[in-house]
Ligand binder design. Structure first.
Ligand code: NAP
Length: 551
């Protein structure tokens, strides 16, 4: 007997929907969440300026008409407090909270082959068993700090943006440092520049950013959006990124420079990722096209930043626009026109240490009251590495994925039976509008469980051959994308995580786009889950599946 048929790890956007589906199916299931409450990303990240980069009404769940009709998004790109309210509303509406256990961090998950079950150990010593483990542990849920001398010596306040104190931080009159200029930092910097006494930004490499162009949503507009929901979700399903933004299908080189610029000028002033995803497709694959567009964006930065030297420092030289996820901003560049904001180029004058009173670079000492580390995440596989996951014969997932993940469809792993990943590495999630891909993954995983239940099957595992095929496919797709050259979490880069420094690509993300991904996983399901091996409780079932798994 197992304690649960399924344990879902994580009560964020993915875990909430997954438990809803399991409850509907009548499966005895529980969500284990390390944090004190639900919400995942939107529970943890409380830094000023934290908000969606997806249009709010494309981010919400699509599974319930009633929910769509009830919820009123207040802003086109909704902020963290409202997003967290939304997730709580969903959980309460569908009575999901009673299936969730908080402050329940899973430390280890070991597969017991003889009993065909997973044994989980939680912090605090609790243990439990489950037939299936469903990973909903987030793509960006393990924050990483720099490895700098003296970090524990600093006498002021310091924290990673992920741990921005929930009660808020008094900023007025304070000398504040922000380390990092990724999407998070760009939101924080723009939001706090006029609230702090003085702000110093430590930038190692600039990012290409573009205006969010946020606005409020009136009652009338929300009523119109509700009428359009079917169309909105159909568009998201049709586009590679799962957004409403559809790429411009004209060839970059087939239209005149004048036509190209006309498109860019329009998109730059429009909301959201249009400037990235409604652009010509060549910007993702063609160096010359990307260079021309990047130079056009660079000119926009030059127009917005008054000091030419500061503008040049903010323009990336090592990668083109859009080869990594584009941070969207609200008056970010204008922050550098303020007298109380200083940009320090630590590529030229590196940080040497954190001191008792601030930060020492190779050029000088700075004094601060607060140091904010906006230094990113151990992305995609980090949340897996933080749990001791062991499959058949005690094989450790962290060892198997040492040089990068290998999966079947991003949802199953050979040698790790009944470990399901609705939004795993190499799945359709990371490079898209996350909830759209999550619903796809959760529906597929739930469909698999239904299929097994109907046939009395209790064990599922990807074959090695299917896993190798998928991983090769994911790898080959990087070859077509300029993204492969970027030092970003999409390629597994993080200077703060040993082994993840620049130099080796990890094939983290499926780059084929939503429609192709859906088509592939649906075909697998229609073909009786070609590429996976099932087992049933009877002795014959076991031996069949063991032979097949070994092949
Ligand atoms: P990130 O993109 O990885 O950026 C981390 C930043 O910290 C980079 O500028 C990096 O510089 C810098 N950094 C890291 N370690 C450093 C060190 N030791 N010394 C100096 N600088 C260091 O992380 P993020 O900004 O948290 O964003 C991650 C992802 O989260 C985004 O791509 C996005 O998908 C998501 N996100 C979304 C939103 C939203 O709008 N919904 C908002 C925030 C984040 P280098 O580039 O030189 O490494």
């Amino acid at each position: 007997m197992v304690d649960y048929e399924a344990v879902v790890i994580g009560a964020g956007v993915c875990g909430i929907y997954q438990i809803k589906k399991l409850v509907d199916l009548g499966v005895k299931a529980v969500v284990l969440e390390a944090a004190p409450d639900l919400g995942g990303t939107w529970y943890n990240n409380r830094y000023p300026g934290c908000r969606f980069d997806s249009e709010s009404y494309t981010y919400g769940y699509s599974f319930s008409r009633e929910l769509l009709d009830e919820w009123h998004w207040k802003e086109k790109f909704s902020s963290q407090p409202e997003n967290l309210r939304y997730l709580n509303y969903v959980a309460d509406k569908f009575d999901l909270r009673r299936h969730m256990q908080f402050n329940s961090r899973v430390d280890s998950a070991h597969y017991d082959e003889a009993a065909n079950l997973w044994r989980l150990s939680l912090s605090g010593g609790r243990t439990l068993t489950t037939r299936f483990v469903i990973m909903a542990n987030g793509l960006l849920s393990i924050p990483t700090l720099p490895r700098l001398a003296g970090m524990d010596r600093f006498k002021g306040r310091s924290f990673h943006t992920f741990y921005w104190p929930h009660e808020g931080v008094e900023l007025a009159g304070k000398k504040v440092a922000v380390i990092g200029t990724g999407a998070t930092a760009i939101q924080v910097i723009a939001e706090i520049a006029d609230k702090v006494g003085h702000l110093t930004v430590f930038q190692r490499r600039p990012n290409w950013a573009a205006p969010l162009n946020n606005s409020t949503i009136s009652d009338g507009e929300m009523a119109e959006i509700r009428k359009r929901y079917d169309e909105i979700f159909a568009t998201c399903a049709r586009t590679p990124g799962g957004f409403e933004h559809e790429p411009d299908r004209r060839g970059f080189w087939e239209v005149s420079r004048e036509e190209r610029v006309k498109l860019w000028e329009r998109l730059y002033d429009e909301p959201g990722f249009g400037i990235w995803l409604q652009n010509f497709r060549e910007i993702f694959t063609d160096e010359a096209a990307n260079a021309e567009f990047s130079e056009w964006v660079a000119d926009r930065i030059r127009q917005r930043v008054k000091d030419p030297a500061v503008a040049e420092t903010l323009i990336p030289r090592d990668h083109g626009f859009g080869v990594q996820r584009v941070p969207l901003e609200t008056r970010y560049y204008e922050a550098y026109n303020r007298d109380n904001v200083l940009l320090v180029d630590i590529a030229k004058t590196p940080i040497e240490s954190i001191t008792e009173t601030g930060i020492r670079t190779s050029a000088r000492d700075f004094e601060f009251d607060i140091i904010v580390y906006a230094t990113g995440f151990d992305a995609i596989t980090g949340a897996y590495d933080h749990i001791d996951i062991q499959g058949v014969n005690g094989e450790k997932l962290a060892d198997k994925w040492k040089d990068g993940p290998s999966t079947f469809l991003g949802m199953l792993v050979a040698g790790f039976p009944n470990l399901l990943m609705p939004s795993g590495p190499q799945s359709g999630s990371a490079s898209t509008n996350y909830p759209r891909a999550i619903e796809i993954g959760v529906n597929w995983v739930t469909g698999l469980l239904e299929y097994m239940s109907a046939r009395g099957l209790d064990r599922v595992e990807a074959t090695k051959a299917a896993e190798e095929r998928w991983t090769r496919h994911v790898t080959e797709m990087y070859g077509m994308m300029l993204m492969r050259k970027a030092k970003s979490w999409f390629t597994g880069y993080n200077s703060n995580v040993p082994g993840h420094e620049a130099g080796r690509i990890r094939y983290f993300v499926y780059n084929g786009g939503t429609p192709k991904f859906v088509n592939t996983i649906n075909k697998v399901a229609q073909n009786d889950y070609e590429g996976v091996v099932f087992g049933s409780p009877g002795p014959q079932g076991r031996s069949e599946r063991q032979q097949a798994a070994a092949s």
